[in-house]
Write a protein that binds this ligand. Sequence first.
Ligand code: LLP
Length: 421
Amino acid sequence: MDHFLYRNGTLHAEDVPLTEIAAAVGTPFYCYSSATLTRHFKLFQEALGDLPNLVCFAIKSLSNVAVLKLLGDLGAGMDVVSGGEYLRAKAAGVPGERIVFSGVGKTRAEMRLALEGGIRQFNVESEPELRALSEIATELGVTAPIALRVNPDVDARTHEKIATGKSENKFGIPIARAVEVYAEAAALPGIEVVGIDVHIGSQLTELEPFELAFTKVAELTETLRAAGHDIRRLDLGGGLGIPYERSNDAPPLPIEYGAMIRRVLGHLDCEIEIEPGRLISGNAGVLVAGVVYVKSGEGRDFLILDAAMNDLVRPSMYGAHHDIVPVVEPEAGVEKHPFDIVGPVCETGDTFARARVMPPLKAGDLVAFRSAGAYGAVMASEYNSRPLIPEVLVDGDRFAVIRARPSFDEMLGRDTIPEWL
Ligand code: LLP
């Protein structure tokens, strides 16, 4: 459930009409609902219920500092994958003991930043990374708490570009070699083993792949404990999917996911960490765009929007579906028509939807892309020299711009012309 509903014929974000925000900030823009973010975060907390747990928001899905502050104030931990994300979490006031650091290519500078600023644990993905981390920690006179990310060789049955738990993927340490690598970790001076980490992919629509992976983690926990390691935390990653197409079967609910976790791992007496991104932020955001032209082509009509693939890349990158709805509801019974919905960028890949059945729309009308809160703004670029678009946060009947639209001068001001030109 989200908080983007029609009231009096206009799509609202909570109590604010999207038309009002569009008039204030111009289109296109991203708009997030505080109530939806809060609700989705709490669903995970409730799902894990009595298990000791920390829900670490995967901030790669939506990293605006205002959103992180909202979630952090609710008690969320953060899953970060770069020095920049680490600094965002800190800027939002999240203490280091609630930040986990994931990612296959952490640099020494990033390790140092997190060790100096405070960190709950590093999710380490390879032996060279482990050794580098031990060296940096020793230099700083501390020990780095770590979980090793194991690759369980499980098919997540999701889009191939976002599946991460098969042996051919670049992620983690093959689970069959885990015992050996944990032994090395325990012997390194700058390392303290605290747990096991696994993440098999994103936008999973079934529980079974998770269960297969978590069962392997349960077995590994017993094996590693028998070998003398103090495995006290299990980080289960993120990945629970959301319904992008309202007509489709809904993916499992957090409460079902939580029950499965309790069944498979509850007896181990470990603290459970999870790293959900999309399920918290996805349906908490919309992208609002204006229609620039309606163009009649050869056997098809185009809705040309002022938003493009640089603002929301998911459709062109993964062939992803987003529901696109008019902000002002059409009158009942009005005849609908298929449109190719496209942006102004100069390539055919800049297509959001083909033959999407829409009510009649004209230049100046507004549309909203649903489920655009996750992997929307964070994946935007300035391709075609289109400045990044603003982000707006709604809370009840108030709204605030939480990232302003940069001016052209700001965008151009980042380039410098060398003296010899
Ligand atoms: N933890 C780790 C280690 C991850 O790599 C990811 C996502 C997450 C947690 C959060 O997964 P989520 O709960 O959001 O599924 N850009 C793609 C999604 C890439 C996901 C990458 N890793 C998209 O737009 O679909």
